[in-house]
Ligand binder design. Structure first.
Ligand code: FMN
Length: 416
């Protein structure tokens, strides 16, 4: 990164590959499907990082398996991905976006890694990132915590990959472990490091429901987001020192702002990946809403305004979360609970203003009227229109969840 008087050059070079911008998605964050990967291609991200791919396609662990909360996110996805053959077909098309493509390679056993890496390397990704640190496959230990297995595996992958090769490591919490892994990486060299993967096997409990928040592995999952930034920075710094700054490091963990990214660069990273914050970025959030209603002459304006604000809350809830799923065979609702039937919560509340107009309504001479449901309905359209104004994408399906947003953006692009 270099400065001139009034511009900042945020490009960077990692293992000889030039990145137009030193910011990119972290593997796993909206990079599983063709649509998601192409959305990254069209965006200003400095690279396209794929989901960690396995030998066979995987649907992953049972839901709920991802849960965002105030401190970040916990997930136990279980590597849902299309399987490496599908990514081998996609990568040449992704390269037409003219930014580096990083293929993330995983496996369920040691033999999987070289097999996947050999085929993937042939289709021309700019870099290969070997995921030694998936904490979320039930019954599978993280390879990165087994130094011998890591060394063996890196050697086997290195033998079949000609392009720059890096490893994505789990967080280490003891200097002895940083030193041990650094030794491995000096004996079995790689071209770059991605630090860190999720902080594995954490537990988030919802005290109100007296329950863990994700289903797989009894609620244990990998942490991401703001809470893990100090751990990520410590790992970036420790490996930067172990290599005297002579290996490029991609910092990952807790980046949600320019300042967070800058801290990673100060610790020694050359580029930064964004996971949890990127997943949140397709969440539509209503910040402020003004409702203007004609209801004649209100006898008690405060009550009417409260009623309107209540309607706006219901409308926003309907627009962004509520999703009644029916069993088509018997017609019953299959999510009749607040675990999977989401509504707006306190942290989603927006600045709400109600204005009552004194315009005569419908020629009634008393000019009195009720104000029940009518303020709810236009709220839905207002949210969808605000999304359109902000993004150019028409959303025609409710609730407007990140997957609906992504599909709408892809549709807008096709029509353009
Ligand atoms: C939903 C989800 C899926 C993830 N999948 C992968 C993956 O397939 N491969 C990988 O190397 N890391 C994966 N990660 C870890 C992220 O790439 C990243 O290392 C971690 O979330 C820390 O970054 P953050 O604080 O920006 O979220 C995943 C993280 C999340 C939240």
């Amino acid at each position: 990164m270099t400065h001139s008087h009034d511009t900042v050059d945020l490009s960077c070079t990692i293992a000889g590959v030039r990145f137009p911008l030193c910011l990119m998605n972290a593997s796993g964050a909206l990079c599983v499907t063709r649509e998601e990967l192409e959305a990254l291609g069209r965006s200003r991200t400095g690279a396209i990082v794929t989901k960690s791919m396995t030998l066979e396609a995987r649907t992953g662990n049972p839901e709920p398996r991802y849960y965002p909360f105030a401190g970040g996110s916990i997930n136990s996805m279980g590597l849902p991905n299309l399987g490496y053959r599908a990514y081998a077909e996609l990568i040449p098309a992704l390269k037409t976006f003219r930014k580096p493509v990083i293929a993330s390679v995983a496996g369920l056993c040691e033999d999987d890694f070289p097999e996947i890496a050999r085929t993937i390397a042939r289709v021309g990704p700019d870099l290969v990132e070997v995921n030694l640190s998936c904490p979320n496959i039930p019954g599978k230990p993280q390879i990165g915590y087994d130094f011998e297995a890591s060394e063996r595996l890196i050697r086997r992958v290195r033998a079949v990959v000609a392009c720059p090769l890096g490893v994505k490591l789990p967080p280490y919490f003891d200097p002895a472990h940083h030193a041990a892994m650094a030794k491995v990486l000096k004996r079995a060299p790689v071209d770059f490091l991605s630090l860190i993967n999720s902080v594995g096997n954490a537990l988030v409990i919802d005290p109100d429901r007296e329950s863990v928040v994700i289903k797989p592995k009894g609620g244990f999952g990998g942490l991401g987001g703001p809470g893990i930034k100090p751990v990520a920075l410590a790992n970036v710094r420790a490996f930067w020192k172990a290599f005297d700054g002579r290996i490029p490091i991609i910092g990952v963990g807790g980046v949600a702002s320019g300042t967070d990214a800058f801290e990673h660069l100060l610790a020694g990273a050359s580029a930064v990946q964004i996971g949890t914050a990127y997943l949140l970025s397709y969440n539509v959030k209503v910040l402020k809403m003004v409702a203007v209603n004609d209801c004649g002459i209100p006898i008690n304006p405060l009550t009417v305004e409260s009623q309107v604000i209540g309607c706006m809350i219901q409308g926003v809830s309907w627009a962004l979360w509520e999703n009644r799923i029916l069993d088509r065979n018997v017609g019953t609702m299959v999510n009749p609970n607040l675990e999977s039937y989401k509504i707006l919560s306190a942290s989603d509340m927006f600045e709400a203003h109600s204005l009552l107009t004194p315009v005569a309504n419908g020629g009634q001479n008393t000019s009195t009227a009720g104000i029940g449901e009518p303020p709810i309905t236009p709220t839905l359209a207002a949210v969808a229109n605000a999304v359109y104004n902000a993004t150019g994408a028409r959303v025609r399906r409710l609730p407007i969840t990140p997957d609906v947003m992504l599909a709408a953006l892809a549709d807008a692009k096709r029509r353009a």
